[in-house]
Design a protein around this ligand. Structure first.
Ligand code: ADE
Length: 232
């Protein structure tokens, strides 16, 4: 069974993973701390990428090159874009795309990376399936959907912007790292999945809700990852 790279962007998103780890060994690469060990007997490397696409891309490439991980799972919180989602609901990535990639003056649609074959990077089917099985069991008082995760180097807190992301880019949720992880995984042919629990609705109340619900939402995302590790 392969080694799994587990990434979160913030301390809250990896704290419970680190608590549940056996035989931990910490190594630093490129200023990021990588903790190797086991969870439920599975070989894992847990790390905090930091916020944003550059941090996420760099961390993913280090996981692949220096730690030889066979797959990458991202856990954390996001702003809901699909209006049927509530705070606490879950999005499993069907794919990830950058909403702030915009070369429209050159005739490219928003989100399309110029002169590149793929801009919407599909997640691994078997990992989506595994996450769905965990959600079928654990999402008892909340919902989950499989949908497109949109990423950008912006915290979205504007109703107009978020409804545009839904209508124009068919996003399920918005965050700041997933598509960078997805792109690096795609270039290296490594399977990935992003799992996000909604901390806010990316509207005018997003900053307040993010502060209030992040720890709770991060716990939900962790519980699903933990169940996935036991099912693998
Ligand atoms: N992560 C959690 N909520 C978010 C939001 N509203 N925008 C971007 N990233 C987020």
């Amino acid at each position: 069974m392969g080694k799994i790279g587990l990434i979160g962007a913030m301390d809250e998103e990896i704290a419970l993973l680190l608590q549940g780890m056996d035989s931990k060994e910490e190594l630093k690469r490129a200023g990021i701390s990588f903790v190797q060990g086991q969870i439920h007997g599975r070989d894992v490397v847990v790390c905090k990428s930091g916020v944003g696409k550059v941090n996420a891309a760099m961390t993913t490439q280090v996981l692949i090159d220096s730690f030889q991980v066979d797959m990458i799972w991202f856990t954390g919180v996001a702003g809901a874009v699909n209006p049927t989602l509530d705070i606490g609901d879950i999005v499993i990535s069907s794919s990830c795309q950058q909403h702030d990639m915009d070369a429209s003056p050159l005739g490219f649609e928003r989100g399309v990376i110029p002169y590149q074959e793929v801009s919407d990077f599909p997640a691994a089917k078997e990992l989506i399936q595994l996450a769905q099985e965990a959600c079928d069991k654990l999402c008892t008082d909340n919902r989950y959907i499989v949908g497109r995760v949109l990423s950008g180097d912006q915290f979205i807190a504007d109703y107009k912007l978020v409804s545009q992301l839904y209508r124009k880019m068919e996003g399920a949720c918005v965050e700041m790292e997933g598509s960078a992880v997805a792109q690096v995984c795609y270039m290296n042919q490594i399977p990935y999945v992003v799992l996000r629990s909604m901390s806010d609705k990316a509207d005018g109340t997003a900053d307040v809700n993010f502060a209030e619900f992040t720890v709770k939402a991060a716990r939900r995302s962790f519980e699903i990852i933990d169940d996935m590790l036991q099912r693998l």
